[in-house]
Ligand binder design. Structure first.
Ligand code: GCU
Length: 428
């Protein structure tokens, strides 16, 4: 009898869990009551009242929790073995910019990985600040420029763009150019640096390619439970690009803005949290396990994301599927790790899957850490109207429209960057 009861109960529990996983909540009234973990009280119960305690005690604690439970730690140090300059041209866009294409090569035993980095830098200026972020389809997709090299990395098939057998062709050149207003960026005096995220780790549920196998022991086929998923690997790649940018004489490495859209927005946040050389961070429509609060369970949830994209995070995250309340952190703490550096978060009105309100609330809560540094977080307490950006040391806007990164978004990013570090000599 007892056994029957037990089986019956566990059946009920699993039906309940899978029901929770299958439904998507878009109703504010259905958001569960939740209490966010305290940003400014340490594990041992100490109040974190100043930046010294934050930096010595609480910041490292929180960073470690994100590393262990969500994104996964990088198991070993892997450095650039070689930089191959593939191409350098001094006159692009009618003399506005220089273009450089380099390959960062990583080697270990018989393994080799190349990450192709494309740089457009404004000409005739002093050291320039730059935006750095990944693209989704290969460097050649960001502009019609016929000389951008085609990637030979694995790219998800998309026959309508001529991407078959996971290889790109000329047909996808420039297909993402609306997301990359390069000339506007250059004219504002900023450089733009990008790489294809799949060069670092192809975005598929397979830990046999990209950078992951570099750290395997003999007989190991996937990272350990607390070791890097794809987001962590991509963030690692951004730091290696930063290593390279520090060596470029025409770049001001103290003014590097890391940015990303969607899964790459999650990546930009984790990169900026871990690597304080990034002076500013922009996360566009980053949603679940990006800027949005997980405990709200609005739109995409931990259960959804871990079942659709199991390779993005570390194995440990699965414990929190439909158990968000047990997470030792929430995403406001990730944003807090970026303080006191300027941080810009965006949402889009039709991007409910990413939980715009959860993204705003999280940015708002993170302001507590900025306050320790006597910096203004978000300058407003209530969510602003669509297309009404607000800019403190934390900035935010909700754009009218769907999940995307548009010219409107870029206009605000440039304004936000100018507010915090204008280029030394702007191009006319
Ligand atoms: C999916 C995923 C999101 C992610 C997005 C993207 O929608 O559920 O978490 O942000 O893809 O990266 O485009």
């Amino acid at each position: 009898m007892d056994n029957f009861l037990l089986i019956f109960l566990s059946l009920l529990i699993s039906i309940n869990v899978s029901a929770q996983l299958n439904q998507v909540n878009y109703d504010e009234k259905e958001v569960p009551e939740y209490k966010l973990p305290e940003l400014l009280i340490s594990k041992s119960g100490r109040k974190i009242k100043n930046t010294k305690r934050w930096e010595k005690i609480r910041r490292p604690e929180i960073l470690k929790l994100f590393e262990q439970e969500i994104y996964g730690k990088v198991p070993q140090t892997i450095s650039i073995s070689e930089v191959n300059v593939h191409e350098e041209t001094t006159d692009i866009f009618d003399g506005l910019a220089t273009r450089t294409q380099v390959e960062l090569v990583f080697r270990k035993d018989d393994q080799e990985l190349g990450v192709n980095v494309l740089l457009y830098l404004p000409k005739d200026t002093a050291k320039v600040p730059v935006f750095v972020g990944y693209n989704f389809k290969g460097n050649h997709a960001i502009n019609d420029d016929p000389d951008i090299l085609l990637t030979d990395s694995w790219v998800p098939d998309n026959p309508s763009l001529g991407i078959v057998h996971n290889q790109v062709t000329e047909q996808s050149r420039g297909v993402s150019n609306e997301r990359w207003p390069i000339e506007e960026i250059l004219k504002s005096g900023y450089g733009i640096v990008t790489a294809y995220y799949g060069d670092v780790d192809p975005d598929r549920d397979n830990f046999q390619d990209g950078i992951h196998p570099f750290t395997y022991r003999l007989g190991q086929f996937r990272p350990g439970n607390d070791e890097w998923g794809a987001v962590s690997a991509w963030a690692w790649g951004l730091s290696r690009i930063m290593d390279y940018l520090e060596t470029v004489p025409t770049i001001d490495a103290s003014k590097v803005v890391v940015f990303g859209h969607s899964r790459l927005g999650k990546t930009a946040l984790w990169a900026a949290a871990k690597d304080q050389r990034f002076a500013m961070c922009i996360s566009n429509n980053s949603g679940c396990l990006g800027a949005a609060l997980s405990r709200r369970q609005f739109g995409e949830t931990i259960g959804k994301i871990t079942s659709t994209f199991p390779h993005w995070f570390c194995e440990n995250l699965n414990k929190y599927s439909a158990r968000e309340e047990l997470l030792p952190v929430d995403q406001h703490m990730l944003l807090g790790l970026i303080a006191p550096r300027p941080l810009y978060v965006t949402s889009a009105t039709a991007d409910l899957w990413a939980d715009p309100k959860g993204e705003f609330l999280s940015a708002s809560e993170a302001g507590k850490v900025y306050a320790l540094y006597e910096k203004e977080g978000l300058p407003v307490a209530e969510m602003p109207e669509p297309n009404s950006p607000v800019m403190g040391t934390i900035g935010y806007h909700i754009r009218k429209g769907k999940h995307n990164i548009t010219a409107y978004d870029w206009k605000q990013f440039i304004r936000f960057a100018e507010k915090h570090f204008a280029p030394v000599i702007a191009i006319e």
